[in-house]
Design a protein around this ligand. Structure first.
Ligand code: PRP
Length: 212
């Protein structure tokens, strides 16, 4: 029997404060980017808790000892564009990770995801993939990315999003129940334009300073 889909919501005072900065419309792009990085680091910490490690023999300046090293091949999978803003934080925590970019944008009139870039190879998948995107709205982009990674053969996939809508979480859990979701907040819902409310606006535009 498969277990319940995993949803991990980071309930932490630092997360709450950084999220407030992120949501504030007066936060300029430079501070927005920094804040995305801070929250992505905290999400990385939470989402990597069950990574497997193996023993590693090392020598400290004092004596020999057995330490630990990551056992699995890890892939970071930012969804272009906004997910790119989270890559540095994750790479900082997992320096040996591979980065596989996926281009998916949401059609503005239909809110359906459109795939425009991927260079996933035919075989030899990573062991664990972390999908990075600051926003999970309808879930369309994340589901498409998750399916692309499953088609590649990735066995363990985790979605890391800073804010999520309940609609997107539900859809994702129904479509791909084995994919864990790690998020900082679950917002009230989507408005008629499928934007997250109260949300933070368009993360891609705010990260890359392309608003209006
Ligand atoms: C935003 C966001 C997600 C997607 C979420 O990207 O970064 O990728 O929409 O919506 P969904 O859950 O309904 O699919 P957008 O399409 O605005 O592209 P961008 O990152 O290039 O700005």
């Amino acid at each position: 029997m498969p277990g319940m889909p995993i949803l991990n919501i980071l309930d932490h005072p630092l997360v709450a404060c950084h999220l407030t900065t992120l949501r504030d419309k007066n936060t300029p792009p430079s501070e927005f980017r920094q804040t995305v990085n801070r929250l992505a680091t905290l999400l990385a910490f939470a989402a990597t808790q069950d990574l497997s490690t193996a023993e590693a023999q090392i020598e400290t300046p004092i004596q020999k000892m057995v330490g630990r090293t990551l056992l699995n091949r890890i892939g970071l999978v930012p969804i272009l564009r906004a997910g790119v803003g989270m890559v540095d934080s994750l790479l900082n925590m997992i320096p040996t990770a591979e980065v596989w970019h996926l281009g998916v944008y949401r059609d503005e009139s239909t809110a359906e995801p459109v795939r425009y870039y991927d260079k996933l190879p035919a075989g030899d998948p990573v062991d664990v993939a972390f999908v990075l995107d600051p926003m999970l709205a309808t879930g369309g982009s994340a589901i498409l990315a998750g399916k692309m990674l499953q088609d590649w053969g990735v066995k363990k996939i985790k979605m890391i999003s800073i804010i999520s809508a309940p609609e997107g979480i539900k859809r994702m859990q129904e479509a791909l129940p084995t994919i864990e979701i790690h998020t900082c907040a679950v917002d009230r819902g989507l408005n008629e334009h499928k934007f997250i409310v109260p949300g933070l606006g368009d993360a891609g535009d705010r990260i890359f300073n392309t608003t209006g």
